[in-house]
Design a protein around this ligand. Sequence first.
Ligand code: AMP
Length: 123
Amino acid sequence: MAYDRSNVFARILRGEVPCKRVFEDEYALAFHDINPLAPVHVLVVPKGEYVSMDDFSAAAPPEAVAGFFRAVGETARRLDVAESGYRMLANTGAHGNQEVPHFHVHIFAGAPLGPMLKKVATR
Ligand code: AMP
């Protein structure tokens, strides 16, 4: 899938759409999710143009991958949830229910989050 520069996270990165910023460096931007599903719900997006985890893991240079995942950890520390714990999630593609086609990691925290998923049919 080709990268679509009109997606909302691309527009946030260009400053065309506002966000509640938590952390930013040369590799990533972290901001609060507009529709929080936990007491703390923050998104971390890489600055490069990557559609998904699949695209990012295959195409991003090593320094971008390392920089991005360091930014996820730093964001959790800035949110003061590293010690109490958090869940990170990257919805990927259709079965992953990815809605915004710019790779992003969700950080959920601020309360016990319970088990990971409801069981779905196995194959
Ligand atoms: P996903 O299903 O992983 O693609 O999730 C996309 C997430 O982006 C959802 O949790 C939305 O609430 C969130 N979102 C969409 N638009 C915005 C926005 N303008 N600012 C912050 N979060 C957004």
